[in-house]
Design a binder for this molecule. Structure first.
Ligand SMILES: Nc1nc2c(ncn2[C@@H]2O[C@H](COP(=O)(O)OP(=O)(O)OP(=O)(O)O)[C@@H](O)[C@H]2O)c(=O)[nH]1
Ligand SMILES: [Mg+2]
Length: 441
């Protein structure tokens, strides 16, 4: 299913995963590749540009949470954006203890009857007691087709061969099943119309009799982004409704169909992925994208990212309060404090820093922070972890890299060492208290 899209997306991802480093050029290339893959799957141009713009901007501007590599972070962004394209993670629940009436609607040949049987089986397997009403009085053989398919699911079908009054059949059918303890009744209707307008008119007619709890619009996925019109008209008219996109196995435009339907705000509930009765899936944007990208366990990655966002701080606080902070921790605490309530309070509270700065020096200190940021960025990973490594030649290299004189690097080192020594001496008590105050400890 959606092989072209899948291959296109995976090839693009592979480039990122196999690259030695991430830079702007590579991110732009990724965005181009994704664009191509989506356009080939008939995703609407506007949606494509939106998603790749977000991908580019977020990849360039967002800082990965501590512990998550830049690559993983970009994969996560891509995953987020694609899932967003396919809708939100809502779940429709049938109401327990009552008969849930579901009206199946769609233009000619969209796959209503097939889906009715598939859904009857799917819901039965999920523990619901399901029955079906065949209200297609238009197409010869419609009832036989429905019964044959539903037999495979062991589901009872109510129909009246020879009666052409479909609202009457619905009425009779509901009466027939009324006291039988069913949870869900699926009503298959005729697809005599070729246009949205007629379709919605029929829905109104049958709705009067059926008084359904849920209306499902079945759309043929091979029409690609043209799904938008049907889905939109439907979404506006049917307050309680969901969409099923069919024939995704036989369409190169499936991605476009899904994106277009979800762009209307309607919820895609199921997808049809083949002619057999078991070829039906409950639709979840995140799971679907995970599969497209070939990352079944992307959720694990997301969970990890979230954990790192919070855990990163805890670990850091622990390191800092045990006098084991590295250069990044040092910068982090100053930065956090700057955000949290002004440089002065932090500098006054921070062992080794208090008293170092007078009020009128605050601006100067803020400038210094900016310098330090460049200097720290010019350090290697190893040097940040263990600033004791910084000998004269390393200091020289860093100063050149940061574009500041060597004494600025030494200044930073002095402040770092001061802070670390004092932290050890006070066993981090002050620091912990302060970080807690800022909501970090
Ligand atoms: N490949 C593929 N074919 C499908 C799928 N769903 C339905 N079909 C085929 O599409 C054709 C139409 O399906 P039906 O279920 O009869 O469609 P319908 O909407 O009930 O048609 P009408 O009642 O005539 O409006 C049949 O040949 C099905 O086998 C699918 O997911 N994949
Ligand atoms: Mg049919």
């Amino acid at each position: 299913m959606l092989d072209n899209l899948k291959n296109g997306l995976r090839a693009a991802l592979k480039k990122i995963v196999n690259s030695s480093g991430i830079d702007e050029a590579l991110i732009k290339e990724l965005a181009k590749d994704i664009q191509r893959a989506l356009l080939q799957s008939d995703v609407n141009v506007k949606l494509v540009f939106e998603i790749t713009k977000n991908l580019e901007e977020r990849s360039l501007n967002e800082t990965p949470p501590p512990g998550l590599s830049r690559k993983d972070h970009i994969v996560k962004i891509l995953y987020d954006e694609l899932a967003k394209l396919l809708g939100t993670e809502k779940q429709y629940e049938f109401q327990p203890g009552k008969l849930n009436k579901v009206l199946m609607l769609g233009i000619q040949g969209s796959g209503k009857t097939t889906i009715t049987a598939k859904l009857a089986k799917f819901l039965t397997k999920s523990g619901y007691r399901v029955a079906v009403i065949g209200a297609d009085t238009f197409r010869p053989g419609a009832l036989t087709q429905l019964k044959t398919m539903c037999e495979k699911a062991n589901v009872e079908v109510y129909g009246e061969e020879g009666n052409s009054d479909s609202p009457q059949i619905v009425k009779n059918g509901l009466k027939h099943f009324e006291n039988s303890n069913f949870d869900v009744i699926l009503i298959d209707t005729a697809g005599r119309h070729k246009e949205e307008k007629d379709l919605l008119e029929e829905m109104k007619q049958i709705s009067k009799v059926a008084n359904q709890d849920l209306t499902l619009l079945i759309i043929d996925g091979t029409i690609g982004q043209q799904c938008y019109n049907q889905a939109e008209a439907f979404h506006k008219t049917a307050p309680v409704g969901g969409i099923i996109i069919t024939k995704l196995d036989s369409s190169a435009k499936g991605g476009g169909a899904l994106a277009a339907a979800s762009a209307t705000g309607a919820q895609i509930m199921y997808i049809g992925t083949g002619e057999r009765i078991d070829d039906l899936e409950k639709f979840s944007p995140t799971r679907f994208v995970g599969r497209l990208l070939g990352m079944g366990d992307i959720q694990a990655l997301l969970d990890m990212a979230k954990r790192l966002e919070t855990e990163g701080d805890e670990e850091r606080v622990k390191r800092i309060s045990h006098g084991k902070m590295n250069m990044e921790d040092f910068y982090f605490q100053i930065e956090q404090a700057t955000k949290a309530g002004g440089l002065r309070s932090i500098l006054d509270n921070m062992p080794g820093m208090s008293g170092m700065v007078k009020e009128d020096q605050l601006d100067a200190q803020e400038e210094k922070m900016e310098k330090w940021r460049y200097i720290i960025q010019s350090m290697t990973k190893l040097e940040k972890e263990d600033p004791d490594l910084l000998n004269a030649s390393r200091i020289k290299r860093i100063a050149r890299g940061a574009g500041w004189p060597e004494h600025e690097v030494k200044d930073l080192l002095k402040a770092y060492k001061n802070s670390k020594t004092m932290m050890k001496a006070s066993k981090g008590r002050q620091m912990q208290g302060m970080l807690r105050k800022m909501g970090l400890g």
